[in-house]
Design a protein around this ligand. Structure first.
Ligand SMILES: *Cc1c(COP(=O)(O)O)cnc(C)c1O
Length: 432
């Protein structure tokens, strides 16, 4: 598959290069040149296919020929070594649990897939890369875990001091080996700005091959389309009008869902569920896209003021506002509403959601008001214990820690403090 830059001022390139570069030389996001729908038989036979088989068929066109079919089979099998259960709450609402991976947020799949692709490209030790990534919480842990010990890949994670949960901090600061955590005196946007500046800094890029493991990287972004197929497999016999409510921040996950739809998956509608960071909710109401500085909320992985994947969504719908509006609704909720939803879900269904999932639940409820025949699946993007304080305070009940979380609790944090771009630059030039 060839990839082109959405800024359209850089040459096309193949999958391997798109993964190694992260961003095109003109700073545009890469986008696949074609999305060829899967044959109808793929969906008709879906009940007979395993998750790795579904994933293999679905992503093959995007990674070939640089990744051979045999290699791809191994990569998807290793990536998807845990479950993706749908839990039905009632006739109209289900949740797709995407938190059964090693760091208990949905980013595990993209991080594990990308790490294996980079490891494969570097098998002859010729393509050393440094993955530079800013995290608002979950990306850091997923990337640290996914890339731990991958040959020829160094990982540098920037996270905002005091703005990630304790468990999230442990997950990204305790692994060692090829992973370094930089604790930034600032907010997530500062981390993201520093990463962007480093990509533009020739004194760095002339010495080090930098790439990104945020969802701008096609190998992190595209595997997320699997989730929608896994949910479909579990639900299609019971429900024929399936809609998804996706708690969204950088809009990578929802955009991958839209790629699944382009591949032919019968998804009736998407709901982008947002916290107070509501630039897309406003856009769908006003047709004005006004990025804003992010504000901190209890669903911190969605605290994004200028979602990087929105340009990809615009591309999928051909920049046609009406077409986008027909496929996508968006709602935005305050922290108070989110907490009330957590409690409602617990009281009504005896189900413990996390703050992101609770925002997704509210999106379902809002959509179902005017579309009562739909079956709405909200994505549970993280395990509730990643946000233990908030969740336990609201439902007034202790939640048991899963083994993945238990395992990092007692480990010692190792992070380097930096306060500005020079701190990052010095680290990269002197240490990497
Ligand atoms: C990253 C993340 C999101 C937002 O996903 P995007 O792809 O950036 O829209 C939502 N919930 C959780 C728990 C996350 O970690």
């Amino acid at each position: 598959m060839e990839y082109y830059s959405l800024n359209r001022k850089a040459p096309k390139t193949n999958f391997e290069n798109a993964v190694i570069k992260g961003l095109a030389p003109d700073k545009g996001l890469y986008f696949p040149e074609e999305i060829t729908p899967l044959p109808a038989s793929f969906f008709e036979d879906i009940d007979n296919k395993s998750y790795p088989e579904i994933a293999f068929e679905a992503i093959k066109q995007f990674v070939s020929p640089e990744i051979s079919e045999d290699t791809l089979k191994t990569i998807v099998e290793e990536t998807l070594s845990f479950d993706f259960p749908v839990v039905q709450l009632d006739d109209s609402i289900s949740t797709l649990e995407l938190f059964h991976g090693p760091t208990m947020a949905f980013k595990d799949v993209g991080a594990r897939f990308m790490a294996r692709c980079l490891g494969h490209f570097n098998k002859n030790n010729t393509k050393e890369v440094t993955v530079l990534v800013a995290t608002s919480g979950d990306t850091g842990g997923a990337v640290a875990n996914g890339f731990l010990g991958v040959k020829g890949v160094k990982v540098v994670i920037l996270y905002p001091s005091g703005k990630v949960s304790d468990i999230q901090e442990k997950q990204l600061t305790t692994l060692g080996q090829n992973i370094t955590a930089l604790e930034v005196d600032g907010v997530f946007d500062d981390c993201q700005d520093m990463v962007k500046q480093a990509f533009l800094d020739e004194t760095i890029t002339s010495k080090i091959q930098l790439t990104s493991a945020n969802s701008i990287n096609v190998a992190r972004w595209l595997p997320q389309l699997f989730y929608f197929m896994f949910a479909y497999k579990q639900l299609h016999k019971k429900h024929d009008e399936i809609v998804f409510s996706i708690p969204s921040g950088n809009f990578g996950n929802i955009c991958a869902g839209m790629v699944a739809q382009q591949l032919g998956l019968p998804i009736k509608h998407f709901i982008a569920s947002n916290n107070a960071n509501n630039v897309v909710t406003e856009y769908l109401q006003t047709a004005q896209y006004n990025p804003k500085p992010s504000v901190a909320t209890i669903s911190n992985a969605m605290d994004v003021g200028n979602p990087s994947n929105f340009v990809r969504i615009q591309e999928i719908y051909n920049n046609d506002f009406k077409r986008l509006q027909a496929n996508l609704s968006s709602f935005s909720y305050t922290d108070e509403q989110t907490k009330a939803a957590l409690l409602e879900i617990y009281k009504t269904y005896n189900y413990v959601a996390d703050p992101h999932g609770a925002v997704g639940y509210l999106g379902c409820k809002a959509y179902l008001k005017t579309n009562p025949n739909a079956h709405c699946v909200f994505l549970e993007t993280a395990h509730p214990t990643k946000f233990l304080d908030v969740v336990e305070n609201v439902i007034k009940t202790k939640v048991e820690l899963p083994s993945q979380i238990e395992a990092v609790m007692d480990k010692e944090k190792v992070a380097l403090q930096i306060s500005d771009y020079n701190g990052l630059k010095g680290f990269l030039l002197n240490t990497i």
